[in-house]
Design a protein around this ligand. Structure first.
Ligand code: PDD
Length: 285
């Protein structure tokens, strides 16, 4: 079966799928994206992902490439045509194709859109969640508007690579006050010894994760206490549990931070319960 991508109005085999060399996404990273989990062929929390896409586009003054109802059809169609049961759907919108020049192109320039879908190995993810992952910490060297889900991800890929080279799954960024902001592609959480679940407040300094929002609903339903505030690296070392969240990893227990074990060095009960109940609270479409 050939894999299919949606590119600017057409469904095309992936091997022929291409964008213009003067696409501003290619030239300037002038665009935004979303990643939405696919579960049993359905989209998880699509509404909130689309709302965030619309917000990111608005912040960068990029037009919507198509009405939201049409975008909804395209997302489902790409999942269906690729027969994705479990995985992710990716959508990217850029400011369009124009002669390379920094200011915005003429208003008539159409935004460009690409949608792809990929299967993920659910069993492998469960094994990883049962074992837990390691993270490293790095200075947060990104711009001040990381609340916008921009495709410009150079600091993120360098951080992720540094993590992988040190045998870790993720890099947690640390601000100038020695407080953790978030991961290179996920949000960061700890559970304190008195059972409070802590994650940084969603201001311009982190991406407001959709998984984060659902996990907040889950933990409230479980009767846990949430603190939305910054926490230091030392607090994370001393935490009872730590975990990270993202659409592709859901709730992933963190068992090591910079080679120091978190808690007893094994995934904690709170992380496991949040992961277990996640899909009861996430929307499906
Ligand atoms: N990453 N923070 C950053 C910097 C991210 O890139 C992501 C998501 C998150 C979590 O957001 P959500 O829960 O909505 O997935 C937080 C996606 C999955 C990615 O880049 O592949």
């Amino acid at each position: 079966m050939s894999r299919i991508a949606y590119v600017n109005g057409q469904y095309v085999p992936r091997r022929h799928a291409a964008v213009h060399i003067e696409d501003r996404g290619y030239q300037f990273s002038d665009g935004v994206y979303e990643v939405c989990e696919v579960r049993e062929g359905r989209l998880v929390d699509q509404r909130r992902h689309i709302e965030r896409l619309v917000r990111s586009l608005g912040e960068l003054r990029i037009k919507l490439p198509m009405p939201l109802s049409a975008l909804n059809v395209v997302l489902h169609e790409v999942v269906a045509r690729n027969r994705i049961k479990n995985g992710i759907v990716y959508v990217q919108v850029t400011r369009g194709v124009a002669r390379r020049d920094h200011p915005f192109p003429p208003p008539s320039t159409k935004p460009a859109i690409v949608v792809t879908a990929n299967a993920l190995d659910a069993a492998k993810a469960e094994t990883m969640a049962a074992e837990g992952v390691a993270v490293i910490t790095l200075p947060d060297n990104r711009w001040e508007r990381v609340d916008i889900k921009a495709i410009a991800l150079l600091p993120n890929i360098l951080a992720k690579q540094a993590a992988r080279e040190q045998g870790a799954r993720e890099a947690w960024y640390v601000d100038k006050e020695n407080r953790i902001t978030e991961g290179s592609s996920s949000n960061a959480w700890i559970v304190t010894h008195d059972g409070k679940v802590v994650t940084r407040q969603a201001d311009h300094g982190i991406l407001k994760g959709i998984t984060r929002a659902v996990v907040i609903d889950v933990l409230r339903a479980q009767g846990l206490e949430l603190e939305e505030r910054a926490f230091t690296v030392e607090e994370a070392y001393a935490a009872r549990e730590a975990f990270l969240t993202s659409a592709s990893q859901l709730v992933m227990p963190v068992i090591r931070i910079n080679d120091r074990p978190v808690g007893n060095g094994a995934p904690g009960l709170v992380s496991a319960a949040l992961r277990r109940d996640f899909h009861r609270y996430a929307g499906l479409s």
